[in-house]
Design a protein around this ligand. Structure first.
Ligand SMILES: [Zn+2]
Length: 348
């Protein structure tokens, strides 16, 4: 396995950033009335705009577009289950201070959306990126997100072509919010787009090295539906049931049967959802059990070059390619060129 993959292990006890709320509290204690923010005249400790995001991949994409023109702060701590995450009441203060809030949408962060609606400043904007870039008829309902429950699969950002649309939407909203810097946001978007397009070509090159009949995914967490559609993969199934519990014994038996019948060489667990069930399935079928995919927990720690949306995609797709008998070097060797330092706040 390429060293890049091995290097992306989790060491999330380091690299923490001073909580912004603490800094705000200190500033407010020093100055009861402070200057008006650019976002609409509410009291703030700084003239800088505050962009609030939810899961780390969206924080990374937003940060790529915002650069150093505003503060960017995520809410969902990395390594937690974003699908069931309930924000603590303290998050209300951050949401109240935001000039713009970017959610994934598609019902991923409903408790955050509700807290935002209740807490946010009247002049602030709430943007659900997934809903903004995808028409309702293009939502995918599948294994862990069945249509009968009404919640579409929300994992748009694991499809780079949709991540690019997220970036485009961030650019448009930032240009509206901060028109003086519209050209800067556009330049940042164009730089991000070039990276995505180069990486897209690397993905297609790496995937072409996997035998066509092996481009099939059986995962624990159901995070690759849009990716699979765009890049011509088949998702055989996702094991995690819709309430994020483990499957029943009967469901496991059926999966074992399916894996044997379809001769699936590898099955993929998720680092955020360690699953003894998937391990058992691997043992009983002989399929290789790879337990390290990630859908919203970035590799490494904040400040590492691979702690980014791109690093997440590189890690996942190189891992998948290698496990299915392909050559991941187009992905591991992909060089995005010099990128500005990511100064966003990623709760750990
Ligand atoms: Zn997920």
């Amino acid at each position: 396995m390429p060293s890049l993959l091995a290097a992306a292990t989790n060491t999330r006890d380091a690299g923490r950033t001073l909580p912004r709320r603490l800094a705000i509290g200190v500033a407010l204690a020093l100055a009861a009335t402070s200057c008006a923010g650019a976002g609409g005249g509410k009291p703030r400790d700084t003239d800088r705009l505050l962009v609030v995001t939810t899961v780390a991949p969206i924080t990374s994409i937003a940060s790529s577009i915002v650069g150093d023109l505003a503060d960017v702060e995520g809410i969902v701590p990395e390594g937690t289950n974003s699908h069931t995450y309930e924000p603590p009441p303290s998050v209300a203060a951050l949401l109240a201070d935001a000039d713009i809030i970017f959610l994934n949408g598609l019902v991923l962060e409903e408790p955050i959306r509700q807290l935002a609606t209740a807490s946010m400043d009247g002049d602030a904007a709430l943007v659900e990126l997934g809903d903004a870039v995808l028409d309702d008829e293009d939502y995918i309902f599948d294994f862990s997100f069945p249509r009968r429950e009404g919640n579409p699969n929300p994992h748009l950002w694991t499809d780079p072509t949709l991540a690019q649309r997220y970036a485009s939407s961030v650019r448009d909203h930032m240009a509206d919010l901060d028109p003086d810097h519209a050209e800067d946001y556009t330049a940042n978007y164009e730089a991000f787009s070039r990276v995505v397009e180069g990486f897209d070509a690397a993905m297609r090159e790496a995937f072409a090295s996997i035998p066509a009949d092996q481009r099939r995914l059986l995962t624990y967490h159901d995070a690759y539906a849009y990716f699979a559609q765009t890049y011509g993969w088949e998702v055989l199934g996702a094991i995690q049931v819709s309430d994020f519990s483990d499957p029943t014994g009967r469901e496991v038996a059926e999966l074992i049967e399916q894996i044997r019948e379809e001769d699936v060489p590898a099955i993929f667990g998720s680092e955020v959802f360690p699953s003894p069930v998937l391990e058992q399935i691997g043992n009983e079928t002989g399929a290789r059990y790879v337990d390290s995919l990630r859908d919203d927990d970035l590799p490494g720690v904040p400040g590492d070059p691979e702690h980014s949306w791109l690093g997440l995609m590189r890690y996942d797709f190189a891992t998948i390619t290698e496990a299915l008998g392909g050559d991941p070097r187009a992905l591991t060797a992909f060089d995005p060129g010099p990128l500005p330092a990511d100064q966003a706040v990623y709760p750990q």
